[in-house]
Design a protein around this ligand. Structure first.
Ligand SMILES: C[S@@+](CC[C@H](N)C(=O)[O-])C[C@H]1O[C@@H](n2cnc3c(N)ncnc32)[C@H](O)[C@@H]1O
Length: 350
């Protein structure tokens, strides 16, 4: 911990713990908009499984790919990327080569990410890959898992996935429960690696960046430069401020954001945006973003997502419309607007 604090303090950051949020990063100096606060290589990463194109397992490009002739699963764009990944892929290749064709085809990104996580841990513990204060498995151990919040169905799924990982790895002393817990950690800590146009390329685990908490009014943003994750300030961050990013699409109503955060990250956001829930400007903003007018008996209120997630409730007359009704309304609106744009483009409406 002291070594990590020292490494962070060089960057103008400090690790702290808040009772309501757990670990967090604070600034120990001022940052200006655009400043790079932190950048991190992934502890492990995998390309997305894409139907037509494959991606280089190291840099995630789709150009000049050649498949590993031995395992027939992993692709590289050239010898530089292949060499960078070789120590880990040598082990992974041996494990994947033993799988039959159908199993190889059904390998998901999450399974591959977990296999790589355990192989990297093994290589670091055997000192084949060096360990540093910002690149070690202890940082993965420290991640939150929310195991006690997960429902039974999800736990069963994680246990099945853990069994598959264990079958692929064939390592002695492998702990299925620990692998299942690591799947839960990935769910609330791994990041989707995107290109500059926000197209998803892969998934990576960045254990230092994973210390950063969420705000719907964040002072920083996570972007990717290739596989490197970069945290940049989007506003002036004075010394002594918590660094925050947004985990979700912020262009949603307060209830929609709260629902997304609760479902994936198991917390209720209490940022300055969220505490305004129910206030006139929050209702106005939510109505613009979600766009349903009540219109029941001429009511001019807005249908907004209800906090209990039953459906939508009119803030003016209190009418509740359940999710099915809202789905029907949404598809009717879609149908009508498609019809209108067809008529417009055919010149029938002037
Ligand atoms: C990626 S981790 C962030 C670091 C985490 N606080 C820790 O102790 O490792 C995500 C988890 O942090 C907590 N968290 C993040 N942002 C929060 C917030 N604004 N309020 C409360 N908890 C938050 C939630 O438990 C969430 O699942």
């Amino acid at each position: 911990m002291d070594d990590l604090q020292r490494a962070l303090s060089v960057r103008g950051l400090a690790l702290s713990i808040l009772p309501e949020k757990g670990r967090c990063l604070f600034s120990t100096r001022d940052f200006s908009p655009g400043d790079v606060i932190l950048s991190e290589e992934p502890y492990v990463s995998v390309p997305n499984r894409v139907s037509v194109d494959s991606r280089c397992d190291w840099c995630l490009t789709t150009s000049n790919l050649k498949r590993c002739s031995s395992c027939q699963v992993v692709w590289y764009c050239g010898s530089t990327c292949q060499k960078s990944d070789w120590k880990l892929h040598r082990l992974e290749c041996g494990a994947l080569s033993k799988l039959d064709k159908a199993r190889k085809k059904s390998l998901t990104s999450s399974i591959r990410l977990m296999v790589k996580l355990y192989l990297r841990r093994k290589l670091q513990s055997e000192k084949i890959i060096p360990t540093t204060v910002t690149d070690n498995y202890n940082l993965v151990e420290a991640l939150v898992s929310h195991m006690s919040d997960i429902d039974e169905k999800q736990l069963v799924l994680y246990a099945q996935m853990a069994n598959l990982v264990s079958l692929i790895l064939q390592l002695p002393d492998i702990n299925i429960k620990e692998i299942a817990e690591n799947f839960s950690k990935l769910a609330c800590n791994a990041h989707t690696i995107c290109d500059s146009e926000l197209r998803p390329l892969g998934t990576g685990l960045y254990p230092i960046i994973s210390i950063i908490n969420h705000s719907c009014l964040p002072n920083s943003v996570l972007v990717f430069e290739g596989r490197v994750a970069v945290i940049r300030a989007v506003q002036h961050i004075p010394k002594g401020t918590e660094v925050s990013i947004s985990y979700i699409e912020t262009a949603g109503s307060t209830m929609t954001r709260q629902k997304a955060l609760k479902e994936q990250y198991f917390f209720s956001c209490a940022c300055l945006h969220c505490i305004k829930v129910g206030q006139p400007d929050d209702i106005q903003e939510s109505a613009i973003l979600e766009g349903y007018r009540c219109k029941d008996n001429g009511c001019d209120g807005f249908l907004l997502r209800d906090s209990g997630d039953k459906g939508f409730i009119c803030h003016q007359c209190g009418l509740v419309r359940d999710k099915e009704e809202m789905k029907e309304i949404a598809s009717e609106i879609k149908f009508l607007s498609e019809k209108a744009s067809k008529l417009l483009s055919s010149g029938c409406i002037l």
